[in-house]
Structure formats: C-alpha cells, structure tokens
Ligand binder design. Structure first.
Ligand SMILES: [Zn+2]
Ligand SMILES: [Zn+2]
Length: 413
C-alpha cells in the first residue's frame, strides 16, 4: 500500500535536520526521516484485530512536530520505528479477525488509537487502565506489540496516513450514518478536548479562557459550550478567521492576539492589570480556568498572567521547550497547572462514558457543529502541499487538514 512513514536512524535524522532548516519541503523526501511510498500492508497482530481502509487521516499538530523533528525527545521511548504516521482517522473495516464480534466488513468506524493494556493483550490490565484512564497506562512499551502509545507512532500496525491500518476490536467505535467523513475524522481530536474539559469541568458561572484557536482550541470551545453551558468562554486567537469559527461555536468573546490584547482579556475577565518594573502587565483577578491549546511560550505566559489566583491552567497543546517563560505567577497566585493527554472514561449523569463515545454523540446530536473545521483534504501523493497547508494556518486559512488516501469511496460523504 501507499503510506507516509517515519524513521529516524541518526545519519538520516541529522541530514533531515540540516535540510529542513534550509526549506521545510525537505522534511519529506526519499532521503528524509518522513517518506512517501510503498510499504507492506500491516498484518493483523492477533485474531481480535481488524484491518481498516482509511477514508480520511487527519493531520495533528503533534504529527507536524514529528515531521519537522520538533517532537520532545521524552516521547521517543513511546514509539517504535519505522511507523506509518496518522492517529486521527475514519475508515471502513475491510478484514475481520476470527475472534471479532459485533462489527461487519464494510462498516464505517473511527479508531481510538491508544495502544494501552487491552490492545496489547496485557492481563490483568494495569491500575490506570482498570480505572478507565488508559492515557496513563503503564505498559505502552510492553506486550504483544512494538513500543508505542498510539496507532500512528508504532511499528507494525500502520497508521491513517496510509491506505489501511489495523486496530484491536476494543478500539473500534461505530460511526452513525448521519456523520460525514469530515465530522468523523474530528472525533479523535474532539475526544481529546472532551477528556480535558470533563477532567476539569468548570462549575456554573466560572469564566473559561481558551488560548489558541487552531483545531484543538476550537474543539475545546465546542466541548466547553456543550458540557459546561453555564460557563462563558473567551478565546484568544491569532487570526481573525479562527475567531470567526470560535464565535460560531459559541465563544462569548474573541480576542485577537495583537496590539493591546491584554487589556481586552482583562476586560473580559473583569480583572485589573498591574504594571511591573519590567515587561508585560499582570492581572489581579482573571479567568477561573484556562485551557492552553498551543505549544508556544507566549500562550503559556498569557495563561499565567490572565488566570486568577487559585485558578487552574490545563495544558492541552504540545508544549516542549518553552523559552523565556516567567513561571513566578504559578506560585505567586497559587495556580494549578494540569496536563491532559488523549482520552478516558468519565462518570457523569449517573453513568460512565468514554470520551470517544461522547465525542461521537456530541457531533451526531448537533451539539458540536464541527464540520466546517475540516478546511482541506489532499491525496497522500500531495503530501508536500497538505503539510504546507496545515502548517501555514494564517496564509491558507486552514484549521484541520486531512489526507484522503484511497479513491473516493461510496457512501455518506
Ligand atoms: Zn493528535
Ligand atoms: Zn494499562
């Protein structure tokens, strides 16, 4: 099959690093870490697995970080090379292992790509998995598969930047007929937002700030509006077109991150600004809860500045090395800083529900109008244009860019 795969033996890594600094188009090519071409179809690892033909494979910020060699070295033990990229997905089942029940050939599914204890055939499951927190699994490097946290960073199972990939039956989530492929490919990133919001749900009346209005920021706005409707949401966006999406998704206020945006944020939060001897002003009062949805230093500084004393900052963006951040507000205001990764099960309304299933239900029920967020799709062979479009949000007005690996498929689109 055709696929985009990643491997990083040291000479290739160094060559890609040097060439990529000259031009981003050199990050993908026949001599680079990321290559497009023919790879073997992934075999079913066990009889309780299926093979899925990819209909759409989304491009995540974390994928761009892998391609441009910007991912944190801390994540490397939780992957195995070479791997086919792509964890955001929608596809249809083309092969069922003998032990798979409840799914049919041809059925449309989204795959929860987390490779925790159950897909790894580890019994009994670790304490985190048993408690419905598979993102904290203790066994991402153990069991029947090569090391890896996700389909899309793990050798041997394929990924959604390929024509097909494999998945354990426990990872399959049926896609209702009413969902388009574009909506379905957003289930995985929406599930990340649902997990972050459910884990730190603002009580009624608390004011939330979302820093960053790329796909994950906008999906966080959608999740906050659906799950915490009595909490007004302010969004700090880099681009005007992102702000328009945020307003459409229910943000009460959008602030564009230029000029005197700190004054606008303070006004939205009902905060006072104090001027230090040097540098940007700091707020007294502020937002109760801030979700940081980008990985840059300024986003973290804005969050530290604009969150009220005793408030909570949730880090959902892929922050790695934050240069020059003044962390003093963290202790000065007794803030809580919490990380959020992937998805898990959450108890609410008398039941426990997985974030993946809740994400499907929010879209299917019309409570998260996410379809316009898929702004571009490309065939795999057009990878250079796809990755450039995903990276150049301001120029291309891109939110979510996805690969369409196969020929146009019949069925709902
Ligand atoms: Zn992702
Ligand atoms: Zn586990």
């Amino acid at each position: 099959m055709k696929a985009i795969r990643f491997a990083a033996p040291l000479p290739t890594y160094l060559l890609t690093l040097a060439a990529g600094r000259l031009s981003p188009r050199f990050y993908v090519g026949p001599l680079a870490c990321t290559r497009y071409g023919e790879v073997p179809d992934p075999a079913l690892p066990a009889p309780d697995w299926v093979s899925v033909r990819t209909r759409l494979g989304g491009i995540c910020g974390s994928d761009l970080a892998i391609v441009t060699l910007g991912a944190s070295p801390s994540t490397s033990p939780f992957s195995s090379f070479p791997f086919v990229l792509g964890h955001e997905n929608v596809g249809e089942i083309v092969e069922l292992g003998a032990d798979v029940r409840g799914f049919d050939r041809g059925q449309r599914v989204v795959v929860n790509p987390l490779l925790s204890c159950v897909p790894r055939a580890i019994r009994p499951a670790c304490a985190a998995c048993a408690a419905g927190r598979p993102s904290r699994c203790a066994h991402f490097t153990d069991g029947a598969l090569a090391p890896g946290m996700f389909i899309g960073t793990t050798r041997g199972v394929g990924g959604s930047w390929g024509e097909c990939f494999t998945a354990h039956a426990s990872q399959l989530v049926a896609v209702p007929e009413s969902l388009s492929d574009e909506e379905a490919v957003l289930v995985e990133p929406l599930a990340c937002a649902v997990h972050a919001v459910r884990s730190h749900l603002p009580p009624a009346g608390e004011r939330a700030l979302v820093v960053g209005a790329g796909s994950i920021g906008l999906l966080t706005v959608a999740a906050l509006r659906a799950l915490a409707p009595a909490s007004p949401v302010t969004v700090l966006a880099r681009h005007v077109f992102q702000g328009e999406h945020a307003e459409r998704l229910g943000a009460e206020r959008v602030v564009i991150a230029r000029g005197r945006y700190v004054d606008a944020l303070a006004e939205a939060a009902g905060a006072r600004l104090l001027r230090p001897v040097l540098g940007e002003r700091i707020a007294v009062g502020g937002f109760d809860r801030t979700v940081v949805c980008t990985g840059d230093s300024r986003a973290m500084e804005d969050a530290l500045r604009m969150t009220r004393a005793g408030g909570t900052i949730v880090l959902l963006g892929n922050a790695v090395h934050l240069k020059g951040v003044d962390w003093a507000p963290l202790w000065l205001k007794e803030l809580t800083l919490a990380g959020s990764l992937a998805y898990g099960a959450h108890a609410h309304g008398g039941a426990t529900r997985h974030a993946f299933e809740e994400a499907v239900a929010l879209i299917a029920g019309g409570r998260a109008a996410v379809r316009p967020l898929v702004t571009h799709t490309f065939p795999l062979a057009d990878h250079a244009r796809a990755l450039a479009t995903a990276a150049d949000r301001g120029g291309a007005h891109s939110i979510k860019v996805a690969f369409r690996p196969g020929p146009p498929a019949p069925g709902p689109v």
